[in-house]
Design a protein around this ligand. Structure first.
Ligand SMILES: *Cc1c(COP(=O)(O)O)cnc(C)c1O
Length: 392
């Protein structure tokens, strides 16, 4: 029997979260607050532990998407201001009121209901995202309505292209928001104006206003799915399993559903007890790689619901060895910043001294973004924390 290994573990380094919050706050102009975005269970990292770590490092607000996410923070005893970003039904607004959360508003009936329930609102203006929010011309009237009802707290918007190299549309949204914010702050000096997500925060102070709302960068993931280390942040999560068994495939033997991999010569095949029901996406079959005791090994055959198979070198890999799906091999979660980013495909010639697979690399292979990879880890993956503050 192998002991001390769990089939699939997401190790979350809360010291990395604190480091990332401090890094993001380093260039905030005087007074701008940091809102730690912990929606979707903290992008898969665990909302409550991440919220606590972020508050320890200097965040003063927490951002979530739903009323139940706000309730989860309150149930854990967290008292910091919470802003719920998403649309709420009447029942959702009542729950927000009971948890003492603030909400986002973009219609008159919703503002009226918030006034009735005494819930502070942040008026959302659509400066180009084309999703939620009122047109800029309508925002002053909605702010006035909320103000007259005693619930006006903020003015907010959201960027559509802050992570793209072409800054044209970003500048247009920024200009639109800046004009509106200046106009409304003359009328309501305490109005908290905010628009920046991680990508915009890292672009510099012009988009910071009174508060920034960062999710992805706080988790040490690169907003443009490239290299997180270039911005001085470091990944907080490593996903790890172990070699549960090894079998010798003989020439002509196939592995897994659909027989998509067939041995050309005698091959050692490692069995890893992680599958798509853990969030290890099926598209990585015959495509992705893992680190077995620090060495890159290709995933062969299809990924099953609960297991997958990897090709082992003749002289490498024993039952119980660590298998890293992403993160650094060995004791560290992220590895050092020494590697140079070369793109999101395959083994790299500049492998850092601590072998590492970045979440961005896995995402690139899947044609998606790091956000989806971490949010896609299912509850079956055990979350384990390091760097917990002993005082809390
Ligand atoms: C999710 C979200 C954010 C955080 O975005 P990141 O790109 O992860 O920093 C900020 N604001 C709103 C309204 C969001 O929904």
């Amino acid at each position: 029997m192998l002991s001390g290994r769990h089939r699939a573990v997401a190790e979350v380094d809360l010291e990395a979260v604190r480091h990332n919050v401090r890094r993001l706050m380093r260039d905030l102009p005087g007074g701008a607050a940091h809102c730690a975005v912990v929606k979707a269970d903290g992008y898969g990292h665990g909302a409550v532990p991440v919220a606590r770590a972020a508050l320890e490092a200097g965040s003063s607000w927490l951002g979530v998407a739903t009323a139940s996410e706000a309730e989860e923070l309150r149930d854990a005893g967290i008292t910091a201001p919470v802003l719920i970003f998403g649309p709420l039904t009447g029942a959702g607004l009542e729950r927000a009121a009971r948890s003492g959360a603030q909400v986002v508003a973009w219609s008159e009936p919703f503002v009226d209901e918030a006034v009735r329930l005494r819930v502070p609102v942040h008026v959302k203006v659509d400066t180009g995202m084309g999703r939620l929010g009122v047109r800029p011309s309508v925002a002053p009237a909605l702010c006035a309505r909320a103000h007259d009802g005693g619930v006006l707290s903020g003015l907010m918007s959201h960027f559509a292209t802050a992570d793209e190299p072409d800054t044209g549309f970003f500048e247009r949204q920024l200009e639109c928001f800046a004009g509106l914010a200046a106009q409304l702050k003359r009328r309501y000096p305490d109005l908290r104006c905010h628009i920046a997500n991680s990508a915009a925060t890292l672009r510099g102070p012009r988009a910071h206003f009174d508060m920034v709302r960062t999710g992805i960068a706080m988790y040490g993931l690169a907003p443009a799915n490239d290299d997180p280390f270039k911005d001085g942040i470091r990944p907080a999560m490593k996903v790890v399993s172990y070699l549960a068994g090894i079998r010798e495939a003989l020439p002509g033997d196939s592995v897994g559903y659909g027989r998509t991999w067939i041995a050309e010569r005698a091959t050692r095949v490692g069995i890893v007890p992680v599958g798509y029901a853990d969030g290890m996406r099926r598209a990585l079959g015959n495509r992705g790689e893992v680190l077995v005791a620090g060495r890159r090994c290709p995933i062969i055959g299809r990924i099953s619901m609960d297991q997958m198979t990897v090709r082992l070198p003749d002289d490498w890999g024993a039952p119980g060895d660590e298998v890293v799906l992403f993160g650094a091999a060995g004791d560290g979660v992220a590895g050092g910043p020494e590697a140079v980013w070369t793109g999101a495909t395959g083994p790299r010639s500049d492998e850092p001294s601590t072998p590492r697979i970045l979440c961005e690399e896995v995402a690139g292979m899947l044609g998606t973004i790091n956000y989806e990879v971490v949010c896609g880890l299912t509850p079956r993956v055990v979350r384990r924390y390091r760097g917990e503050d002993p005082a809390t």
